[in-house]
Design a protein around this ligand. Structure first.
Ligand SMILES: [Zn+2]
Length: 463
């Protein structure tokens, strides 16, 4: 009955194929929250009732399914496992929904809704984001429970099925069920490690907001011979509008979009963190804010991206001046950028540059706010020490570069938030060929078993 035994149990779960077969089952649910088809919504409910609830109940959780108060959102599961009023309470979280499967776009031999094993990789939609991540945490809890007979702390869990559509309804559910979600800390997993072979811990995330820029010049398309030079070209106007948002190397020119929160403490935390290398694409050194290091650009600054852009019919161009052009855009932003002011600031900036004609249409999906917890917070120190004991090394980030519904945990529940991601940056989440690395999953099972063991053994409550 030692820490080593709990870690060995977690390792054994991986080595004997339990993890892989469990993940395969989770991936088989086509839980696409971005798919409005009722079948996808039904699949989300089945994910919770068939794949999650029985397993949690077997561990001693009391579970309740909650309807999403937002009609665009899927169901949620709230679970609680109580051991004692004087013990610490850990809240954990996962999302069982995925982005669209993108069937037919995966590499030959791969399918989104079944696991394909190739060397160290397990391919499948949702493997990295987020199915393996909450599976690892649940299995790590099981390993500690099987070793000690108890966890040594109370556990609460929330599983949502709408993260990929902006976690709609999550804030309302947190407000309504606040008393059932209070805890000493959130410990959860999503997103990638900085490097596959070293665990990462982050304590917040960048926010993000999506919107379309639209130029509509006239009804329909008109013959370019007869009308070229006479009709304004919407694609050209849109390109110039985009060019006033950033310069030629992507440096943001909208004044309110340039954060003032890159403090010395944050700079210190980001120093020497590796962002290049690994299995991802090569970082472009000449892209982004010139005066910043790559780590500061990704974790301490805002980034603007054009996610998609269209005018006319690119697949079948005709000799005509298009009547419209549209770019789907995104701003990822750190603490210090007011989410409510992102689009008003852009409106002022476009108007000031003569682009009154360019419409801004915010996407219906909610946006995530930016959050951060100081790396010197007691919970960050405690979990960090535990991870170092298991893995020997750790990368600590003040916040993730991606986005999470972390503000619901920090602002509504008032929790310190610790995220320990179990994927890696080359995982192709949100794209075809999504996968996880088996050695990272194995390591993560051990890391989390160590964290849960140490909390139970010490009774640490953050004081
Ligand atoms: Zn995602």
């Amino acid at each position: 009955m030692t820490r080593e035994t709990a870690l060995a149990k977690a390792t054994q779960y991986f080595e004997t194929g339990g993890f892989q077969s469990d993940l395969a089952r989770l991936v088989s649910y086509r839980s696409e929250s971005q798919n409005p088809n009722p079948a996808a919504q039904a699949e989300s409910l089945r994910y919770l009732t068939e794949a999650m609830q029985p397993r949690l109940e077997a561990m001693g959780f009391t579970c309740e399914l909650i309807d999403n108060p937002d009609p665009k959102g899927g169901p949620l599961l709230l679970g609680e496992r109580h051991e004692g009023a004087d013990l610490p309470t850990i809240l954990t979280y996962g999302h069982g929904d995925t982005v669209l499967g993108q069937e037919g776009m995966w590499r030959e031999g791969l399918e989104p809704w079944e696991i394909t094993e190739e060397g160290d990789r397990l391919y499948g939609r949702g493997t990295a984001d987020n199915k393996s991540q909450h599976l690892i945490n649940i299995a790590a809890l099981e390993s500690v429970l099987a070793t000690r007979g108890s966890l040594g702390f109370n556990t609460r869990i929330v599983l949502e099925m709408s993260e990929e559509v902006g976690s709609v309804g999550l804030p309302e559910v947190f407000q309504t069920h606040k008393d059932r979600l209070t805890a000493d800390v959130l410990i959860a997993s999503d997103g990638p490690r900085l490097q596959p072979d070293v665990p990462t811990m982050f304590m917040g995330s960048r926010g993000g907001t999506n919107f379309d820029l639209v130029v509509e010049t006239h009804e329909g398309a008109h013959h370019s011979g007869n009308w070229g030079g006479l009709l304004a070209d919407p694609a050209m106007i849109l390109a110039h509008a985009l060019a006033c948002i950033t310069d030629v190397r992507g440096q943001i020119k909208v004044p309110e979009w340039r954060p003032d929160s890159l403090t010395d403490t944050v700079r210190d935390a980001l120093r020497d963190l590796p962002v290049a290398g690994g299995d991802g694409p090569e970082v472009n050194p000449d892209w982004g804010e010139e005066s910043l290091t790559p780590a500061e650009r990704a974790f301490g600054w805002n980034s603007f991206a054009v996610l998609a852009m269209v005018s006319g019919v690119p697949e079948a161009p005709v000799n005509a001046i298009s009547g419209w052009a549209r770019a789907t855009c995104q701003l990822r932003f750190v603490v210090g950028t007011d989410p409510e002011n992102v689009l008003p600031a852009l409106r002022r900036h476009l108007d000031a540059h003569g682009f009154e004609q360019v419409q801004i249409r915010q996407h219906d999906r909610g946006f995530f706010a930016a959050t951060r917890l100081d790396p010197t917070h007691p919970w960050a120190q405690f979990v960090g020490a535990s991870i170092r004991e298991t893995a020997g090394d750790l990368h600590v980030l003040p916040n993730l570069a991606g986005s999470l519904p972390n503000d619901s945990f920090t602002d509504i529940l008032g929790l310190p938030t610790i995220w320990v991601p179990h994927s890696y940056r080359g995982c192709s989440q949100h794209a075809p060929n999504e996968h996880v690395l088996k050695p990272v999953c194995r390591d993560a099972l051990r890391v989390m078993a160590g964290v849960f063991w140490d909390i139970g053994a010490s009774g640490f409550r953050g004081g």
